[in-house]
Design a protein around this ligand. Structure first.
Ligand code: SAM
Ligand code: SF4
Length: 446
């Protein structure tokens, strides 16, 4: 049978919350629904199906979903055939409760079951509500259709590992995403080659604990470093990144790869959460500040120019001013080029949920101080790029005529006037100015 024409196609609007893994999942869900006669749209107003791909990591993220769902009431009243679905980690954590709280929801699908989305949508067309929050035995990536063959942007995410066995005391991920699972090496390589054929030059390997990757390969297991070396051989792929890593899984071969693998970019996101050993212990992080700092020294010895990024939680239960000061001291010592910081948010069902909270105003004030320190470090590192030559992968035209915008190997946004470059090209650029959130550069020939 011939493909549906665009006019025949139904419209799917997906809104994505949270991490890059959700961005990747949304793409895969859109592709799966492509096989069921849907194409994506940028607005919920003309959609036949709305899918919220949700995040449950903090309370606010989950509450946003309910308020967003409330806003679709009018659309559903105007178009009773409109199907509304909730996917992602809120779907996994709250399941049926979502349909109870918001009866206009037709479909709830957890992150491990979204390959079943087309069947579930067919069910809703018969007026039956569909719920699937299983952790099925089958590999969802295998069950999904192959990736669409359309030309792509030069950068892409590729999920290689899911789930987490670490059980940090504050975190819902082990409950919503399940146990650690790695995709086999050959499947990752096939998907990577496919992306490269479609114009991708930079791949970011994703996993909740991506450096715990141990994908099946030739009857054994391969580490993340092994996978990176395999990807390094893929012609046309120019850059490799990975996120998010846990300090305890930063193995020697991965540290060495940072020093010797030319396509692996000098950027590492390595969350520590706190600089206080007392708090790290209560968080069940299984590392202390000294081992983290030692690790950073080893990574910097392998790749001196590496740009470090981190995650921090302030106001974890029983965090004192001294504990917080330990975190500030650690930041002073490490020096981050970027960081994500959050006020502790109680997540029901996690071990920390029962513990006494830090006074909210106190936690907010600590977050403010921490973010000010990070902003200062980020600025200093960005400013230090002026006068240096970097390689820029161009991603899109800039706001000015002839200007192109891309990213350096350190993930800084760089704009270049008269870049004379195509999207997906990499050119050598001298940084001449540091602005609020980006760098300005000129082409050089070396
Ligand atoms: N696996 C990564 C690691 O261990 O560092 C982090 C993944 S988690 C999805 C992303 C970040 O969300 C965490 O690093 C942490 O800083 C933050 N986070 C997780 N649970 C939180 C909570 N209950 N309250 C505030 N922030 C939280
Ligand atoms: Fe959550 Fe990361 Fe800890 Fe796993 S290692 S429980 S994903 S914070």
């Amino acid at each position: 049978m011939a493909d549906n024409t665009t006019a025949d196609k139904k419209k799917l609007f997906i809104k994505t919350y949270g991490c890059q893994m959700n961005v990747y999942d949304s793409e895969r869900m859109a592709e799966a629904m492509g096989g069921a006669g849907y194409e994506t749209t940028d607005t919920p107003d003309d959609a036949d199906m709305i899918l919220l791909n949700t995040c449950h990591i903090r309370e606010k993220a989950a509450e946003k979903v309910y308020s967003e769902l409330g806003r679709f009431k009018g659309l559903k009243a105007d178009n009773p055939d409109l199907k509304i679905g909730v996917a992602g980690c809120v779907a996994q954590a709250e399941g049926k409760e979502i349909m109870r709280r918001q009866p206009l929801v037709d479909l709830v699908v957890g992150p491990q079951a979204y390959h079943r989305l087309p069947e579930m949508e067919a069910k809703t067309q018969q007026g039956v509500k569909a719920l699937d929050t299983d952790f099925p035995e089958e590999d969802k990536f295998e069950k999904l259709k192959g990736r669409s063959k359309a030309k792509r942007a030069p950068t892409a995410f590729l999920t290689v590992q899911e789930g987490c066995d670490k059980f940090c005391a504050f975190c819902v991920v082990p409950y919503t995403r399940g146990a650690e699972v790695s995709r086999p090496v050959d499947r990752v390589l096939t998907e990577a080659r496919d992306l490269v054929e479609r114009g991708v030059r930079e791949i970011t390997l994703l996993g909740q604990n991506v450096n715990a990757y141990h994908g099946a390969h030739n009857g054994g297991d391969m580490t993340l470093a092994g996978l990176i070396w395999e990807l390094n051989k893929v012609d046309g792929l120019e850059r490799i990144r990975f996120t998010t890593s846990h300090p305890n899984d930063m193995m020697d071969d991965l540290i060495e790869a940072h020093g010797s693998c030319d396509k692996l970019m000098p950027y590492l996101h390595l969350p520590v959460q706190s600089g206080s050993n007392k708090i790290l212990k209560r968080m069940n992080r299984n590392h202390d500040r000294e081992s983290y700092i030692k690790l950073i020294e080893r990574i910097r010895a392998a790749r001196p120019d590496i740009l470090l990024s981190g995650d921090f939680i302030v106001g974890f239960p029983e965090e004192t001013e001294q504990d917080f000061q330990d975190t500030m001291d650690l930041i002073e010592e490490v020096k981050y080029g970027q960081a994500f910081s959050f006020k502790y948010s109680t997540r029901p069902g996690t071990p920390a949920a029962e513990r006494p909270l830090v006074y909210d105003a106190e936690a907010s004030e600590r977050l403010y101080r921490l973010q000010a320190l990070i902003a200062q470090q980020q600025r200093a590192i960005q400013d230090s790029m002026v006068g240096r030559n970097v390689n820029v992968l161009f991603e899109k035209p800039g706001r000015l005529e002839g200007q192109m915008v891309g990213k350096s190997e350190y993930l800084h946004a760089v704009h270049v006037a008269d870049a004379n470059a195509k999207i997906g090209e990499i050119k050598r650029v001298r940084i001449v100015e540091s602005e609020r959130n980006s760098l300005g550069g000129v082409l050089v020939s070396d």
